[in-house]
Design a protein. Structure first.
Lengths: 184, 517, 346
């Protein structure tokens, strides 16, 4: 009976431990991961909306920013940058546009996913407005000029004088109508 | 007090006896070994000549995938678990494993899992065809319908390994005979305890990877899908965080076996016992922090790539220590070359050779030319086949007399060894040249410049396959017609508690713990 | 391993050979010692076992010396890797996209883009015809780059992960859908260099080789100018992406002059003589089947092949019109390039 009692205590402690592990995984891990990614800059993805701060524009330096556009799988839209490349000063806000055209006979929704080369410069490329922040619905036959406003950080390492920003366009028409998406 | 074994099929279904369960694992793993070997024969038959002669590329991809899955998860891992079950209790003077009923469950879910996995080959759309490493999105968005069964089988198999490892840790921590301190345990027990910790740590990570796959495939999540904000490369990180320790899980028990056999046939204690223990622990620790060396071409930042290169190169140090210790055990011993010793010596030589190619692979700049080619295939077959499988074979010849009380035919054993040794090298040495010449892995067909070495490799593979049938023959003939052995020690140089029990080992041993000085 | 034609391939080769030699020397030493022991210390030769099992000096030596060897190896290994990563300041950017099961090459900023697919016939693969000298090493259009210029490759995947490898360049980089990786090559040696896809990508994994042709700069410029002209012409007709409505308008024109005489303006045909297109299973079915009827005709009937009579643009337009007019409303779009692809894949 004594053994049963202490077994029961142990069981209670272990169940508590298991519950604690679940709570840790659900509530503590995600913020820790976010912090880790923020500090180390790992991930290569450009971040979300950038709140612009007053920065001195470095007129002594020029950085070329090149734009690429790709369609994933059989995404049928026309999708291309209006200008293939621009030259900016670090700290200077610049607007460029991408042209998108739904050439099919049905309404569709797309998501543009950015990728930066060189990969470790993603931290130095700030987007204050980007069509990639939201999904892009276009009706059948509709065309659109999509905006991107960015600032190259003056702290960009001196050895880098060219950046290539690529967008891959994904067809998410089906997933947007799915129950999961509606929950979000 | 102890009963003999129960009668009939019930004995095997309901047994909680570590020897019976060990036997079940060993026969199951051998059946899986033959199944995985059959898939390999299909692969090598198709690759015998350029062009598609026997199977379509879709089916070829299923063969390469299933060969890997069955061999890694169905053959090698259960075989060493079987050896652990048989030998660990006897080696530490314990009557059985700590959790005998869970032991039974750990085994019996395996045939169930592999029946499900194998049945996928007969489903519409075929079985898994995305490689044993099942990278997303090939294994998610583009997978055949059977992928959910694949995931289910992986979960079950993972649960089996986790339960088995818990059992081993609990047994070794709690049930050692009085006087058997940790630093007096046989190396086989040490390597298995360390392996068990590795398993408990990383099998859940694999479970996480396949669960994320399941979510992406069936529930619209985007872990590995860039469209939803995820990343296909995340899959590779999660998989290899499991995958690299996994290969050490495969090899550490093999190190343990060889560390038992070489001293016996050198008639000399293992050289450097403590360093062997520490080296094994060092290898296990390092195995957690090197995973991205499987991903050198994925475009990691250079700092990460350099770190993983240096950390991987470091593993050569403790591994080298072990190799030197084995050889020094033999040095100034009194050597005989029975079949277990032949396999063990071949292990030391060929595993070390595989270790050299592993060191070459760790050099990231050179890996740009090796990655995903036959050079890698050659490397891992040297360490897993000439390494783990040869060690497992050595263990069978070494311990079979203790298990069944009959001695195998030494000439037949030596013949089987040489056929296996020659067949293996003819099969896999040319694959280094193929990789260096530019032939990628998982290729159903190849350019004409790769034809000659492919033909040689296929011939060797068939010879090696034949050697496994000879092994089966040897084992069965021994059990039925082998010369009876009754000396508990069996081998002149054998030391350890397991060699103090009668031969064949009684159903229950060490019901009363021995005292170890 | 080839020495190849770039700084990177040479660096990979050099470090590979260093490793081969180091491992050979160590292997010969260790195994040689082992064979000696197996010979000299056999029981059958009368050897009697000693009992030692520890020696601190020896154990420290064989821990520290290998560690030192590794540290020494790490130096050239590091400089070689730094060369691999040196993608700064390229002269040319090429976007490489891996598809199931072919490559697409795009000359960034030049408007030149094309697919590069395996050119070996399936007859050769399946043994119905003898294998040519370039079996599995030939493509419809190789990637062409100039000698003497630094070329940067921006690599992505269209569907699953592929990997772009040219052994002679020392370049292998994964092509991952949704993100871009980069690599570079610069060579002074014109020639044809063959590589492979090196990441399992489905049933065609072994059937999507990489072929790169390096031309002298002047020849390259000439080639590029030709490709641009081709691209401009193509873009204004076949390669152009037509909208749903543009195709309907053109399609109706083509239908009226080429099809209505038999199939009637209302698409209902003449029962028993000319099939109705309104509600027709072919018009409502997969586009390939529908295109096929126009390209090949229907043997034994008066439906002729229109491949030589109508351009790809006109065939696409009329097929599109037939699929969407009279309440058929399939809703898809058939582009001229689809018709071209159909013709080329026959």
């Amino acid at each position: 009976m004594e053994a049963n009692r202490s077994n029961r205590t142990l069981l209670g402690q272990l169940l508590l431990l298991a519950a604690g592990m679940f709570a840790f995984a659900i509530f503590v891990m995600p913020p820790l991961y976010d912090l880790f990614c923020e500090i180390t800059g790992l991930g290569g993805k450009t971040k979300g909306v950038y709140e612009a701060v007053e920065v001195k524009i470095d007129t002594s330096r020029e950085v070329e920013v090149q734009f690429l556009a790709s369609n994933n799988e059989s995404m049928p839209w026309v999708f291309q940058p209006t200008e293939h490349h621009v030259v900016v000063h670090p700290g200077e806000a610049r607007k460029v546009t991408f042209f998108a055209h739904n050439t099919t006979g049905r309404d569709m929704v797309a998501q543009a996913i950015p990728s930066m080369v060189p990969n470790n410069t993603a931290d130095y490329f700030h987007k204050t407005e980007c069509f990639c922040f939201n999904n892009q619905p276009l009706a059948a036959g509709e065309k659109a000029e999509l905006d991107l406003i960015f600032i190259v950080d003056p702290d960009l390492p001196a050895s880098v004088n060219s950046l290539t920003l690529s967008y891959t366009l994904f067809d998410i028409t089906d997933s947007v109508s799915s129950p999961v998406a509606q929950l979000q | 007090m102890a009963h003999g074994p129960a009668k009939g099929i019930g004995r095997w279904l309901f047994t909680t006896n570590h020897k019976d369960i060990g036997t079940l694992y060993l026969w199951f793993s051998f059946a899986m070994f033959l199944l995985g070997g059959f898939f390999a024969m299909v692969i090598r038959a198709e690759l015998f000549q350029p062009g598609m002669q026997l199977v379509k590329p879709e089916f070829f991809n299923q063969m390469t995938t299933m060969h890997g899955l069955v061999m890694v998860f169905g053959a090698i891992m259960p075989a060493f678990v079987g050896l652990a079950n048989w030998m660990i209790p006897m080696m530490i003077g314990a009557p059985d494993m700590a959790l005998p009923r869970m032991n039974n469950l750990s085994f019996w879910i395996l045939p169930f899992a592999f029946a499900i996995l194998t049945s996928t080959l007969f489903m519409d759309g075929g079985g898994p065809n995305f490689g044993w490493t099942f990278y997303a999105p090939l294994s998610t968005t583009y997978a055949p319908d059977s992928v959910n069964y694949f995931i289910f089988a992986m979960h079950i198999m993972g649960a089996s390994s986790i339960m088995g490892s818990i059992n081993i840790i609990a047994t070794v921590m709690n049930m050692r005979a009085p006087g058997m301190t940790y630093m007096k345990m046989p190396l086989f027990v040490w390597t298995w305890v360390i392996t068990a910790f590795l398993l408990v740590a990383v099998m859940p990570v694999l479970a996480g990877a396949v669960t994320m796959m399941l979510m992406d495939i069936n529930f619209g999540t985007s872990f590995f899908n860039a469209a939803g904000g995820g990343d296909p490369v995340l899959f590779q990180h999660v998989f290899w965080f499991f995958g690299h320790p996994e290969v050490y899980i495969i090899i550490l028990p093999a190190f343990g076996v060889v560390s038992q056999i070489i001293p016996t046939f050198s008639r000399k204690p293992l050289f450097g016992y403590s360093s062997m223990v520490y080296a094994t622990a060092a290898i296990a620790f390092l195995s957690f922090i090197v995973w991205a060396h499987h991903m050198f071409t994925v475009g990691m930042p250079i700092a990460g790539e350099l770190y993983f290169m240096y950390a991987t190169m470091l593993i050569a140090v403790p591994t080298g220590v072990k190799v030197f210790n084995w050889i020094t055990t033999m040095y100034k011993g009194s050597l005989t070359f029975e079949t277990p010793m032949l396999f063990s010596i071949a292990f030391v030589i060929l595993f070390t050779f595989g270790g050299f190619t592993g060191l070459m692979l760790s050099i990231a700049a050179a890996d740009m030319q090796y990655h995903d080619t036959y050079f890698v295939v050659a490397h891992f077959h040297y360490v897993m086949v000439a390494g783990a499988v040869f060690s497992g074979t050595a263990a069978i010849y070494y311990w079979l007399p203790k298990w069944c009380g009959k001695m195998y035919n030494e000439t037949m054993g030596q013949v089987q060894f040489w056929v296996a040794f020659v067949g293996f090298n003819i099969a896999f040495m040319p694959q280094h040249f193929l990789g260096l010449a530019g032939m990628p892995r998982r290729y159903a067909d190849y350019g004409l410049q790769f034809a000659d070495w492919n033909m040689v490799s296929s011939v060797g593979a068939f010879i090696y396959g034949g050697a496994q049938l000879m092994l089966l023959f040897n084992v069965v003939m021994t059990i039925r017609n082998g010369k009876p052995v009754s000396d508990p020690k069996v081998w002149e140089g054998a030391e350890g508690l397991e060699w103090t029990v009668p031969t064949p080992a009684p159903y229950h041993t060490f019901a009363t713990p021995p005292t170890v000085k | 391993m080839p020495q190849g034609v770039t700084e990177v391939s040479q660096a990979a080769y050099d470090i590979h050979m260093i490793m081969v030699w180091v491992c050979t020397v160590i292997g010969v030493g260790v195994f040689g010692f082992m064979f000696y022991v197996m010979y000299a210390h056999r029981k059958s030769r009368g050897a009697v076992a000693e009992n030692f099992h520890e020696n601190l000096v020896v154990e420290l030596l064989w821990t520290i010396v290998p560690a030192i060897i590794l540290i020494v190896m790490a130096v050239p290994a590091t400089t070689a890797l730094m060369k691999v990563y040196n993608t700064e300041n390229p002269d040319i950017d090429i976007k490489v996209t891996g598809y199931q099961w072919k490559w697409q090459y795009e000359y960034v900023g030049e408007g030149v883009k094309f697919m590069s697919e395996l050119n070996t016939s399936s007859d050769e693969i399946y043994g119905r015809a003898p294998k040519g000298e370039h079996y599995l090493r030939e493509v419809t259009q190789p990637l062409v780059i100039p000698a003497g210029k630094k070329v940067r490759f921006l690599i992505t995947g269209n569907d699953v992960i592929h990997s772009w490898w040219v052994p002679d360049f020392g370049v292998k980089r994964d092509a991952v859908p949704g993100l871009f990786t980069s690599a570079w090559a610069k060579t002074d040696q014109p020639g044809i260099y063959v590589g492979e896809c090196t990441e399992l990508c489905g049933l065609g994994h072994a059937f999507m080789p990489v072929v790169v042709e390096v031309k002298e700069e002047a020849e390259y410029n000439e080639w590029l100018a030709g490709k641009k002209a081709e691209a401009a012409e193509y873009a204004s007709t076949i390669g152009k992406t037509w909208t749903f409505d543009e195709l309907m308008v053109r399609g109706e024109e083509v239908y009226t002059r080429s099809c209505a005489s038999c199939h009637q303006a209302d698409g209902k045909g003449i029962p028993g003589v000319f099939p109705a297109l309104k509600g027709s299973p072919i018009a409502l079915g997969p586009p390939e089947g529908h295109i096929g009827i126009l390209i090949n005709g229907v043997a034994g009937t008066s439906m002729q092949s229109f491949a030589d009579q109508l351009s790809e643009v006109d065939i696409a337009a009329v097929v599109h019109y037939e699929r969407n007019a009279w309440g058929n409303d399939v809703g898809d779009v058939v582009q001229p390039v689809d018709v071209l692809n159909y013709k080329q894949n026959q």
